[in-house]
Design a protein around this ligand. Structure first.
Ligand code: CA
Length: 467
């Protein structure tokens, strides 16, 4: 039973030992990143040790400075026979095998009394964890069996993502990133602000290292009817800023419209006053007519689609002065136009037929029929005292007309009036004669009676007395 109990214990110890060995070789000194150091778990001649290092890591350790020596001396355990390092004598000169450079005097780190070169000691071991001269070097024959001490460089072409310079340090490395990149491995391109498409614009970007990142180039195009304000192309620079201010697209502008006289403009603006797609309608005031299109639209080139119309006063028929008349007009908006008022006056001897005043209305018509002037009286040249008024009959006879036979014929009709006049005159003369006769007779009678009463006076004449 005891034996059986001991077996698992033995197996456990063995397993732990194997684990230790594995960890010793690969992970004890290995760091996740950087210039790391590794040793083999078995001993080899120098040449084999180097090959082993080159196979599993980068190369045999090349001591660069005291800090590195201290690090190795601190980290690795003491092993029998110590460790091979990457220095070898070739043609009498100590050479760093990794770089093929000669070991400088300043870099020498020999233990006391070394290199003594007792038996073709052309290879170098490093004392690690030794009581004396720890960390120092000793020349040894290359055929001796020692532990390989290797290093692994972390820097390679992809370490800094191809955008930085890799610098090895103990257990670490540093990427010095190129402009426009950041991150431990220079894996991130510098970012610029994300661009969102401004209204009425289209952005087309060309990205070298990701959206809106270093060296991204974006071009802006405006929609139809919109114009670009600013640079049409921006690039993300290495500082994470766009090289130009982000442009904007604004609607193309047409000329500002002012209301023409006697008109009203009504505009429908989608993007603002008098800009692309604005539509304006023109309406004239009463009495005015539109000349041109009643509607104009601002096109994508910034021009109105039609010529801006005008409103002009409605016209009435032109008036010419009728015969024997004088027209006096008062025009507000132009000759014989809306609201023009004309007054008619007839020449001497003529009378107006119709309204003396007409006005041009908003429909372009005169408010009244245009009047006429006609002759209304004339005198018979042979009978100046006779005045004839009969417009109907003498429609064609006017002032200053010359009388013709027709006139005379007409006069014959007027004889009735002259005969009547003559009769009245005759009657008047007869009446006056009678009055005188009676007055004379009365006077004679009175004289006769006076003589009869006074003797000596002759009696009046018998003939006279018969009167
Ligand atoms: Ca020696």
């Amino acid at each position: 039973m005891k034996f059986q109990n001991e077996k698992p214990e033995f197996q456990q110890r063995n397993t732990i030992w194997i684990l230790i060995l594995i960890s010793y070789e690969f992970t004890m000194l290995g760091c996740a990143e950087g210039w790391t150091y590794h040793s083999a778990s078995h001993k080899m001649q120098w040449e084999n040790a180097r090959q082993w290092c080159q196979k599993h890591y980068t190369d045999m350790v090349a001591i660069q400075n005291q800090k590195e020596i201290d690090h190795l001396n601190k980290v690795f355990p003491r092993v029998r026979g110590y460790y091979w390092i990457g220095i070898r004598k070739l043609n009498g000169t100590w050479i760093w095998v990794g770089t093929n450079k000669t070991l400088s005097q300043e870099a020498e780190n020999w233990a006391k009394g070394e290199p003594n070169d007792r038996q073709n000691e052309d290879c170098v071991e490093m004392y690690i964890q030794r009581e004396t001269d720890t960390g120092k070097w000793n020349d040894e024959p290359c055929t001796k069996q020692k532990t390989a001490l290797c290093y692994k460089a972390q820097c390679n072409q992809s370490t800094c993502s191809g955008h930085g310079e890799c610098t090895e340090t103990i257990n670490n490395y540093t990427c010095n990133c190129e402009k426009g990149f950041n991150g431990k491995h220079c894996q991130n391109a510098v970012k610029c602000d994300t661009l969102s498409e401004p209204d009425h614009s289209i952005i087309t970007c060309s990205d070298q290292y990701g959206s809106f990142s270093y060296n991204s180039t974006c071009q802006f195009h405006c929609s139809e009817g919109f114009a670009l304000n600013g640079s049409s192309m921006v690039t993300c620079n290495s500082s994470g800023h766009w090289t130009e201010p982000i442009p904007t697209c604004t609607a193309v502008k047409c000329d500002t419209l002012s209301e023409p006289d006697h008109s009203i403009i009504t505009c429908s603006d989608r993007y603002g006053s008098f800009i692309y797609n604005s539509t304006c309608q023109f309406q004239c005031s009463e009495g005015f007519a539109l000349n041109g299109s009643s509607m104009v639209t601002c096109n994508s080139s910034g021009h109105w689609t039609e010529t801006i119309p005008t409103c002009t006063a409605v016209k009435c028929d032109t008036l010419s002065e009728p015969d024997h008349s004088i027209i006096t007009c008062s025009d507000r908006y132009g000759s014989f136009s809306y609201n023009s008022t004309c007054q008619f006056r007839c020449s001497e001897g003529f009378a107006l037929n119709g309204s003396s005043m007409v006005t041009c209305n908003s429909s372009g018509h005169w408010t009244e029929t245009i009047p006429t002037c006609t002759g209304v009286k004339f005198e018979d040249p042979s009978k100046p005292s006779q005045i004839i008024i009969n417009p109907d009959k003498f429609a064609n006879v006017s002032f200053n007309s010359t009388c013709t036979s027709e006139c005379l014929e007409v006069q014959s009709d007027l004889l009735d009036y002259s005969h009547l006049t003559m009769a009245v005159v005759g009657a008047s003369i007869l009446a006056v004669s009678l009055i005188i006769f009676f007055l004379l007779r009365h006077h004679l009678k009175k004289k006769k009676h006076l003589h009869a009463r006074l003797p000596g006076m002759e009696p009046p004449d018998v003939a006279q007395s018969n009167l």
